[in-house]
Every structure is written in C-alpha cells, then in structure tokens.
Ligand binder design. Sequence first.
Ligand SMILES: Cc1ncc(COP(=O)(O)O)c(C=O)c1O
Length: 432
Amino acid sequence: MKSYREMSNEELKAEIDVLMKEYRQYQNMDLKLNMSRGKPCLDQLDLSMGLMDVLSSEADMFCEDGTDCRNYGVLDGIEECKELIGDMMENRPDNIIIYGNSSLNVMYDTVSRAMTHGIMGNTPWCKLDRVKFLCPVPGYDRHFAITEYFGIEMIPVPMTPTGPDMAIVEKMVSTDEQVKGIWCVPKYSNPQGYSYSDETVRRFARLKPAAKDFRIFWDNAYGIHHLYDLDQDYLIEILAECKRVGNPDLVYKFASTSKITFPGSGISALATSPNNLEDIRSQLAIQTIGHDKVNQLRHVRFFGDIHGMVKHMHKHAEILRPKFEAVEEILDKNLSGLDIGSWTKPKGGYFISFDAMPGCAKEIVAKAKKAGVEMTKAGATWPYGRDPYDSNIRIAPSYPPLNDLKTATELFSLVVRIISARKILDNRDKAE
Ligand SMILES: Cc1ncc(COP(=O)(O)O)c(C=O)c1O
C-alpha cells in the first residue's frame, strides 16, 4: 500500500471518504467489543477448574511437615508452595514469602512500608522532601497509580526492545539520592511484550545507587507466560546476579499466579535477599498471622510441581496464541506500509503495544468507542495518565472471543487510518 505521507491531499481526502463509509457500516452494527481488559477469557479460566476438585471435605489438609493448613500460622507460606513458586520464580524457597491473592497488593505494601517505616533502618520516605521513582514508559498503569497515590514523583524513562534505556537509569540512580526505586516488568512487559536483554539485567544488578534504600521493583508478572513452545524469551535471574556482583539487597521481585489460575484467587509472592526478608517479616508479623494456606495447598495439589505448571501454561498459550496472531495479521494487512503506526509482536505476556502518529491516540480511542469498541484509555501507559506524545495505545487480545477480537481489530485499524489521514492533512495545513 502507498504510504499516507506520500499521498496528495486529494488522494487522502478520497481515502477518508471511502474509510468513513466503512466506519458508518460498523456504527450500524451496534457493536459492544472490548480490547481493554488484560484478563483471561472464559476458556482460560476453565483450565483451572480442577483447583475446585483437589480439596474436598475428605481431603488431607496437612502439609508434609505436619502443618495443618486449616489453622493459623506459617507467616512465610507452606514449604511445598514455596518450592512450587520458587521454581516458577527461579528462586530458592528460602528467599521467598508467599502472600495473598494479589502481587499488586504486595507492591503497594512494599511502597507503603518504605513510606511509613523506611527500608532497613533508613529514613522513612514520608519524612523526606522528595521521593522519586523511575518509570519505564510505556508501562503498567497500576504501578504508576501506586507511586502517584503516595505522592512519589514519577520520572519517565524510555523503553527499548531490550529494556529501559540503561544509560539514563544508571545516571539518575547513581547521581540522585531522591531516586528510590524503579518499576520494571522485565519479561513480556506490559504493554509492549518486550523482555530485558542479558546486558540490561546485568547493568541493573550492577547499579550503584546514590540512595542506600534504592530498590528495583522487579515485577515478573509474565515469567512463564510464553505464547510459543520453542521461541521463548528468557531472563537472567536478577537476585542471583545481584548477589554475584555484591549487590544482594538491591531488588524486590514480585510474581503471582493471577494469570495462571484465577486472577484475584491465586497466590502471590515476593522474592528477595535475607536482609530484606528480615526487614519485611518484622512488619508482616504485625499485619497478619499468615496468608491463605488452604489456597496454597490447593495450588500445590493441583499442579504437583513446576512441570505441571508449565504444561498448564502450554494450554493457556494454545488459547492466547491465535488471538495475538489474529490481531497482528489484521494490523499487518490494514496498516503495513502506510507509515502511520507501529506495533509490537510479543512472544508472550498479555499485551500488544500500538504507537500511533503523535497527537492521534486519544482521537483513535474515542472514535473506536463511538463505533462500540472499547480500548484502554489513551495515556494510561504513562505516569499520571499523560502521554506527552499522545501516541501509545495498549491492546489486550486475551478476553474477547476470537471472532469479536477480529472485528474489533478491523475497526481499530480503520479508525487509525481515518484519524492519521486527517492528521496528515491537518499538519500540512498548519505547515502552509
Ligand atoms: C505487570 C503486571 N503486574 C501485576 C499485575 C496484577 O497482578 P496481581 O493480580 O497479582 O495483583 C498485572 C495485571 O495485569 C500486570 O500486568
């Protein structure tokens, strides 16, 4: 197809006329489709219904070490669950605390604790004039919501296909004592689906922070969420790397089974160094007598071990892969060569990231909505919900049935074409 930027004004106007006719047809279809929700679809949830069967009133509720899962206690989580989640996170059970049903909750708690009580004896962040976090962009809106909630200043750092721009990260972390953290989704990132390269992880482990209480918030939410059997991304394990280079306390690592079993009814965990664990346990012991061991036991009985979990993820991939591929095929078919947008082709995770021409994202999302297709709010992938380029749009292919997803993507790409063609005309007008 001819690039829109090479088309004359007349050609573009004629193109818009044709596209608008098509758009009106979509409007008449009374669609109600949603590409905004990064949650598993019904078929994916059905994969985990066995969780409901592994425990019954007849079940043996005791752990191997004799712990009765029905009763109080075991702050860190039951040993067999620490082993299972340890294998999932590639960390030793000793480095892990099993939490409740949400890793976001653990991240919130971790920031909250740093605010009120400080990290390992350092001044609580609430007593400091300014606290800053680095935020790779585009990123996950709920991370940004936590830091915004606590009044932490968020500084965007550009993402690249190999991870955040490390030259900027290194400079800011090593020179500014007010920089206390960075949000990272290191594998199949939200929303781009990028995975950090070996070099990026090594550079993270070797950071020399100006602040003693600087921590990397390493949210490995999509650690085993591959779409393909062979073509998989892998990460250097950050805790081990930090320890190896003499920086053992630098990282808090988070994960959960939200997109493995049931979001909201899964298991979350934190992995970190013994020093950090001790610091955290002293607060956790005030907060709870222990998390939900029945659910931990249920997950262990359901999966058996990490091999069971990997097989289970294979079934998720069978459902998700056609959806990702359908979106990518339709975007390719409708937008390739027009020079009006680019999109990622992740090998795992839950999202595809679309970059429209600057100044177009809000209008695209609004126009798609008018024809019944809901996208994630434009701007959501930036701190404070403000994308200075008004360009990034997150696409979530998991939830809608395949046919709905195809229709929604056709409509989305149609809208991208209309808004971009108008933008080019507009820009030419202004340039004259
Ligand atoms: C990067 C990332 N972290 C965390 C979460 C939420 O995790 P949880 O359900 O464990 O709170 C999500 C959900 O979309 C996510 O994308």
